[in-house]
Design a binder for this molecule. Structure first.
Ligand SMILES: *Cc1c(COP(=O)(O)O)cnc(C)c1O
Length: 399
């Protein structure tokens, strides 16, 4: 799985080896953790010279911690980035990345279907409270081009989006941003850096929630920003250091553990998800399936062009709109556990109607293209035959 002739090692090999560190740590096959808040120095001169390069020297863990830096180096290698910076959550990374491009009176363009809290940060916070201009657009290049204003600073993408699985033409939009002197940023959480390389397509800043596939075991919350050393160093000196949302060394240590199996886990997520998507698509009680890896996905051709693979999160719509029967289906599942988040070893289901119904009636949300029968599943690492059998028995609850 080599990325180019310049990579000395295949990806899976690089993720599994820490030989340079082992040579200094009794040959420890798992690098020891630096679970400390500060680092001390032998002399005035030593701390004085560390201060000359605060970003790259271990002084205090809200700046640089060697365990966190090890994980950052692996992620940067994986994404083909100069540099990566880890944060305490995906939202902390998203907020720091967006704020980096904010200027007084600026305008930001964001795809309408981006992750809910990212939209709220732009809409309810930066727009409503601080008065910045924000435009929410569909993902087409023309629509984004038409939304550009003289004060636009940033185009924010999420492809595929994690709610409705809409894609944007990443290379075309990155080229548009460059031509107009704007920054571009993308949430690449769904595809992971293994299956999609937005930086190579010209995007300036890539963000991930590491709480999903990168962590992969539903035991850490964290996020990462990746890009050129110029942008990442500027973010470290400002939005990282000043907002203070650092990643804990223990979580970085768990993330390093997870990255060793990332390519392997993704192969299983992908293979099982495709089987489940095809099964659901052919089931008479399922009206439609939304999964970029299916030929029936309206942007499957674009997905094949800009992605190398597909992961395990998908949506489908039950044909039924009988709420009691739909609850029977969800409650009848034995292996799919009910919950938010995704990307872990365990299969999950969530019905977005649980959120819609808090604010709207079906008569209000159905005209918006939403349905009581909408389901989102995260396909985990279990045997796909067991997952299909579980869906089969639960679908029997529907008329
Ligand atoms: C979960 C998620 C986030 C936020 O990440 P946290 O680690 O939960 O803060 C951002 N984007 C997408 C697409 C996500 O699924």
């Amino acid at each position: 799985m080599k990325d180019s002739a310049t990579d000395p090692l295949g990806l899976a090999t690089a993720l599994c080896h820490d030989d340079a560190i082992a040579s200094e740590t009794f040959g420890a096959v798992v690098p020891p953790i630096y679970q400390n808040s500060l680092f001390t120095f032998a002399s005035w001169q030593a701390i004085d010279s560390a201060f000359d390069d605060k970003i790259n020297n271990a002084i205090y863990t809200r700046g640089h911690n060697p365990t966190v830096v090890q994980a950052e180096q692996k992620l940067a290698q994986l994404a083909g980035a100069d540099k990566a910076k880890l944060f305490g959550s995906g939202m902390a990374a998203i907020a720091a990345g967006i704020l980096h491009f904010v200027r007084p009176g600026c305008h930001i363009i964001c795809v309408r279907n981006a992750y809910g809290p990212s939209v709220r940060l732009l809409d309810d916070y930066l727009n409503s409270r601080i008065g910045l201009e924000v435009s929410f657009v569909g993902g087409e290049v023309d629509e984004i081009a038409a939304a550009i204003r003289p004060n636009t600073t940033l185009i924010y993408l999420e492809s595929p989006s994690s709610g409705v699985f809409g894609l944007q033409d990443i290379a075309a939009i990155a080229a548009l941003a460059k031509a107009r002197g704007l920054a571009s940023m993308i949430d690449n959480t769904w595809a992971t850096p293994v299956y999609q390389k937005p930086l190579a397509m010209g995007v300036d800043l890539e963000v991930h929630s590491c709480s999903k596939y990168l962590g992969g075991h539903s035991d850490i919350v964290s996020g990462v920003l990746m890009g050129s050393a110029r942008i990442i160093d500027a973010i470290i000196a400002n939005e990282f250091e000043l907002l203070g949302a650092k990643m804990a060394p223990m979580e970085a240590w768990f993330l390093l553990r997870s990255l060793r199996t990332l390519p392997l886990r993704l192969e299983r997520h992908q293979a099982s998800a495709l089987k489940l998507a095809k099964y659901l698509e052919s089931h008479p009680k399922v009206a439609s399936v939304s999964y970029p890896g299916l030929e029936s996905h309206p942007q499957h051709a674009l997905a094949r062009q800009q992605m190398r693979g597909f992961t395990g999160l998908m949506a489908f719509r039950l044909a039924s709109t009988d709420l009691d029967a739909i609850k029977g289906f969800v409650n009848g599942l034995k292996l799919f556990r009910i919950g938010v988040s995704w990307g872990g070893h365990e299969s999950l289901i969530f019905a977005p109607a649980i959120s819609y119904l808090k604010e709207m009636t079906p008569a209000q949300f159905e005209p918006m293209g939403l349905s009581l029968g909408d389901m989102r599943i995260s396909v985990g690492l279990e045997d796909s035959e067991d997952l299909i059998a579980d869906l089969e028995q639960a679908l029997a609850y529907l008329a």
